[in-house]
Design a protein around this ligand. Structure first.
Ligand code: UD1
Ligand code: CA
Length: 465
């Protein structure tokens, strides 16, 4: 099989985004939109991927610096043809096929590129020098129109602004996805002119150039026009994101995840969810999140870059960030796990409990109204309602260690650094300032005073009796 190289065009400013950020870095399903064509190319076996950057190039290069790509800067955006001309400097001597994609067309599917490759490479005789992907657009505004002769063969692509009234009515459009033989590109790209309405070097002009040299131009057509929709403003960004979301949700459902209301479920690209997990409406799973099998994630919960073990229930309106939750846990409703929380199996974190940078051992529970920060908590520990680890003295953060089997009574404060030894018992309302040896009881409590008949006396003579 011939070698495949790819060029992704991403130098444009994206003026219509009205943004300081380059267009291709705007996010769809939690990833910059440029991620999608780049990822697709990696999966399609492209040996080299050249990214043409221009506007905001530093930010784009930084965002993709670890992907093994080559970057070419197009200083002035003189058109798509000029952009490919710049990219070819990186591909000097390359003789395989060159796939060209746009950085602002994020929904294109791998199967489409695969079909294009197969189509382009089949048969050796009279091989096409260019194969393109076209689609029928009911509203073709803004797209280049595909002009065919009476035999149905492509003769040229005409940009909207250069169309005559007859051409404007053509609904078959250029999707901006092309496969070129490198030899053809190398020997023809410099011949592109810019005598057109926009004064730009148009890449699609190569089609007419090939035809006039009696070389073959081929095409495949796709029926799902959303796949090739370009993102040029924020309305299209939202539309593309909603298509992407539907696609991601469908993939999860097909692989065995129940999504009760796909329209209100936001799962980022790259998130993994095990089968028989049930996701309620209004849930957002983002970043590098991995959810196990047979979990339940109830409405309004947000999980970011975290792991959730099999059989865990995340009840309504819980927020989990950069944390690891073990198997068969019960979290929430209204729980918050902040970064670097690590929960073992069968842990319960109940309503209005905040946990930060803490590890909690198997079977331990903090069911109500509690703050656990910078703490190391063993197995089988019971943390009563209203317990607070006082981890911050205004200058330093300190660690609270609670060993296996400890019982912390409600409304206790643990002033870190402090250790509660194995099996110890903290009486309700205690402020612990010193280490507690294993097996002991610690209690600090003002003596209780009961004055009988007090209310009657106090209120006497005030007319209330
Ligand atoms: C282009 C095609 C049009 C096609 C449409 C499909 C041309 C002349 N027209 O139009 O036939 O129907 O895509 O979406 O190619 N870019 C650069 N450098 C430049 C100019 C553009 O890198 O000098 C990049 C842009 O960042 C973008 C891509 O090329 O990612 C396409 O450019 P854009 O200006 O959006 O072209 P369209 O007008 O959409
Ligand atoms: Ca475009």
């Amino acid at each position: 099989m011939k070698n495949l190289a790819a060029v992704v065009l991403a130098a444009g400013k994206g003026t219509r985004m009205k943004s300081e950020k380059p267009k291709v870095l705007h996010e769809i399903a939690g990833k910059p939109m440029l991620f999608f064509p780049v990822n697709l190319l990696k999966n399609s076996g492209a040996g080299r991927i050249v990214l043409v950057v221009g506007f905001g190039s530093e930010a784009v290069v930084e965002a993709f610096s670890d992907q093994g790509l080559s970057f070419v800067t197009q200083e002035e955006q003189l058109g798509t043809g000029h952009a490919v001309m710049c990219a070819l400097k990186e591909l000097a001597g390359f003789t395989g096929d060159v796939l060209v994609l746009s950085g602002d067309v994020p929904l294109i599917r791998e199967e489409t590129v695969k079909t294009l490759l197969e189509h382009h490479r089949k048969g050796n005789k009279d091989k096409a020098v260019i194969s393109i992907v076209t689609t029928i657009e009911e509203n073709p505004k803004g797209y280049g129109r595909i002009v065919r002769n009476e035999h149905g063969a492509i003769t040229s692509i005409v940009e909207e602004k250069d169309c005559d009234s007859h051409q404007k009515k053509i609904k078959e459009v250029n999707t901006g996805i092309y496969l070129f033989s490198a030899d053809f590109l190398h020997s023809n790209i410099k011949k592109l002119g810019k005598e057109n309405a926009q004064g730009e070097y148009y890449l699609p002009d190569l089609i007419h150039m090939a035809v006039s040299q009696a070389l073959r131009v081929d095409s495949i057509s796709i029926t799902d026009a959303t796949e090739v929709m370009g993102v040029n403003n924020r309305v299209e960004l939202a539309k593309a994101a909603s298509h992407m979301r539907a696609r991601i949700n469908e993939e999860h459902m097909v692989s065995g995840v129940t999504i009760i209301d796909p329209l209100s479920t936001y799962i980022d690209s790259g998130v993994i969810v095990g089968n028989d997990t049930v996701i309620y409406p209004g849930v957002r799973l983002s970043g590098a999140t991995v959810v196990g099998k047979k979990c339940v994630i109830e409405e309004g919960s947000v999980i970011t870059s975290s792991k959730v073990g099999d059989g865990t229930a995340i009840k309504s309106y819980s927020v989990i960030e950069d944390s690891e939750v073990g198997k068969e846990n019960a979290i929430g409703p209204f729980a918050r796990l902040r970064p670097r929380t690590i929960l073992a199996d069968k842990v319960r974190i109940g309503n209005f409990v905040e946990v930060k940078k803490s590890t909690i051992g198997k079977g331990s529970k903090a069911n109500h109204l509690t703050y656990l920060g910078d703490s190391i908590i063993g197995e089988g520990v019971n943390i009563g309602a209203g317990t607070i680890t006082c981890n911050y003295d205004g200058v330093n953060k300190s660690v609270t260690t609670i060993e296996d089997g400890v019982f912390v009574g409600s409304d206790s404060q643990l002033i870190a650094p402090v250790t509660i030894g194995k099996g110890a018992y903290v009486g309700s309302g205690t402020t612990v300032t010193k280490d507690v040896p294993p097996g002991s009881l610690v209690v600090t409590r003002a003596p209780e005073k009961v004055i009988e008949g007090w209310t009657g006396r106090k209120l006497k003579g005030k007319g209330k009796g």
